[in-house]
Design a protein around this ligand. Sequence first.
Ligand code: T4K
Length: 373
Amino acid sequence: MPGDIITVTKPSLPELDDLQPLLRQIWDSGRLTNGGSLHQELESRLCEYLGVEHLSLFANGTLALVTALQALGVTGEVITTPYTFVATSHALIWNKLKPVFVDIEPDSFNMDPMGIEAVISDKTTAILPVHCYGTPANVAEIQAIADKHDLRVIYDAAHAFGVNYDGSSLLDAGDVSVLSFHATKVFNTFEGGALVCRDAETKRRVDYLKNFGFADEVTVVAPGINGKMNEFQAAVGLLQLDRIDDVIAERQRLYRRYADALARVPGVDLMPEPGNTKWNYAYCPVLVRAEFPISRDALYKRFREANILVRRYFYPLVTDFPIYHEARRLAMPNARKAADQILCLPLYPDLSCDEFDRIIAVIQGALSAEERE
Ligand code: T4K
């Protein structure tokens, strides 16, 4: 008998009673959106927590990505990674930009800087890497290439909430970084996101763009969009921020339990914690290598049969979706291998010991498979 369903993640939520006073405040003021007081408070508290100077809140991460490209005036071709959630490259399409795909590094699963120069053309204006699973992309090499060719760098940092690299916020890398606060993320506001930029002038432009382009009541400076975060999302965010360190500590504890348990399983490799990094344990990716008795997909199926809804983030590769078939690309053996071998195991603070044991038992059970499935 399979047990109750275990999902790949489960949102961390504040106490409902703690939300009540903030809801009362929203109700009493009648201020629901358009930069209300909770929105302003969350922006400044996030700047403080994340160690950044300029941050704009958004309704979700995708709108923040779309707006980042607009704000920087990116045109033509943008170099990006196929090993990501489709929102990364969709944001390019929404801006009528052409994605150009390069392979990833086999260990970090992030864009391989070695591939970038080979695809730079006279139309290239920007690079859009992802800090996949919250692991820092090779920011130094990417910046060196960007500087040499006068390209902008926009980081899709949807997974990288609270990650510090080399002693400072990873969000400091590049011209702009974009976060997601979706329900499935380490820090969530149900839906939500943020754009981090380098200077007050860019933030002002971003704030116009996320509000239809309005600079004041009668002045529209650009064809902006509605990307605003509302007061309910901001209220949730303020409460989440009070408990985020505990949430990340609990994720770390579980990740290390997985590391212990999987150290004894040949052929299933948990992604090592990145060096020189204060990580956020956003995902729990394991590589199911050829040495393991059954394939990644057979293991995925066994998990499903046991009511454990592990996920293949990121399979298929973005370049496998028909809308991206025409896109320019390099050969991408590392991305292909990752897409074929990765499973993300359940990781969230409420995961119980029994649930953890059920997950490990599926992997242990597959170890004794007679023939490779
Ligand atoms: N860039 C990158 C690199 C991203 O990963 C993402 C989003 C973005 C950009 C765009 O940011 P946003 O615009 O979303 O802010 C999920 C999320 O929908 C998506 O936000 C996320 N990446 C992506 C990696 O994962 P699905 O299709 O896996 O979601 P879903 O609904 O299947 O949820 C997975 C599991 O999570 C469920 O089995 C149960 C649990 N869950 C989910 C939701 C929505 C809950 O327990 N409660 C919930 O409310 O895409």
